[in-house]
Design a protein around this ligand. Structure first.
Ligand code: AMP
Ligand code: MG
Length: 268
């Protein structure tokens, strides 16, 4: 998945990343669905091993514009994983108390403990995205946050957390189509907010902000994966593949029976 991984220091141009590109898979939708199924099963096993070992943890950061598919990705990629094995932390508009603190204050308590997998559905990156585009804080404030973010994530990795970040990239036309579909579907109305309608025309402003995020915060220790997400089957395949590879690279082993237990026998 090196193709989707953003090399630290490389300058990102979203215009050069086609949101409909599925070439990293290189096969049909039907084959991708089969491969995803296998990866999802593997993820369940790897999660159990991670929990058994309690030596490290996994933090997954999911970012993407409205309708990019953050919720759908969580649902699909983790559908085979033991519900006791993962936790999702969703970050919405900060409360007055959260707003009165530094931007990492509300985030840090949700970082995974050893053995845990935590998914951030939105994250501290909102504080350099929506906060910048909607001018919620002055430029000097959001600019200084990039460094704080890199240092924060570095500290987490040094303490035993693997940090993997996904930016789900959809095209402006696909975003409009999904928002229109949401309006037309009574079962999706609850997902629709006036904010979504206000933010949509800001797609070009977000592009610049996202490019800066990906350029300055994809690091050796906490890389970003830029996932073309117009095709849901590709998105799910890519995210599950990166997660399986990341967990495999930890080379986890099942903990052995402790010494004193080896002589224990149970009568038939
Ligand atoms: P949703 O993900 O659809 O539940 O929407 C959550 C909303 O909260 C989005 O419009 C985000 O932009 C907004 N949000 C999340 N974090 C922040 C933040 N730190 N500052 C301002 N708005 C935020
Ligand atoms: Mg929303």
């Amino acid at each position: 998945m090196a193709m989707l991984r953003i090399r630290p220091g490389s300058k990102v141009r979203l215009a050069r990343c086609d949101p409909g590109d599925t070439s990293a898979f290189g096969g049909s939708k039907a084959r991708a669905i089969v491969a995803t199924r296998r990866q999802v099963d593997r993820l369940d096993r790897l999660q159990e091993m991670l929990y058994a070992c309690r030596s490290s943890s996994l933090l997954i950061v999911l970012q993407g514009l409205d309708t990019a598919g953050k919720d759908g990705t969580i649902r699909r990629v983790f559908e085979g994983v033991d519900p006791q094995g993962v936790r999702v932390a969703s970050f919405q508009v900060p409360t007055p108390v959260e707003k009165a603190h530094d931007f990492l204050w509300r985030v840090h308590p949700h970082a995974p403990a050893k053995g845990e997998i935590v998914i951030f559905n939105r994250s501290h990156y909102e504080d350099v995205l929506v906060a910048r585009v909607d001018k919620l804080v002055p430029k000097r404030v959001w600019r200084a946050r990039f460094r704080a973010i890199n240092e924060f994530e570095r500290m987490l990795t040094r303490e035993g957390t693997t940090v993997v970040k996904f930016f789900l990239h959809i095209s402006e036309s696909e975003q409009r189509r999904r928002l229109a579909a949401r309006l037309a579907d009574p079962t999706k109305h609850w997902k629709f907010s006036l904010g979504d309608a206000e933010e949509q025309p800001r797609y070009p402003l977000y592009t610049r902000a996202i490019e800066d995020v990906l350029t300055t915060t994809s690091t050796e220790w906490a890389p970003w994966y830029l996932v073309p997400a117009d095709k849901k089957w590709f998105r799910d395949w890519a995210v599950s593949k990166v997660l399986v590879d990341s967990l495999e690279s930890l080379r986890l082993e099942w903990p052995p029976l402790p010494k004193g237990f080896r002589s224990i026998r149970f009568a038939p």
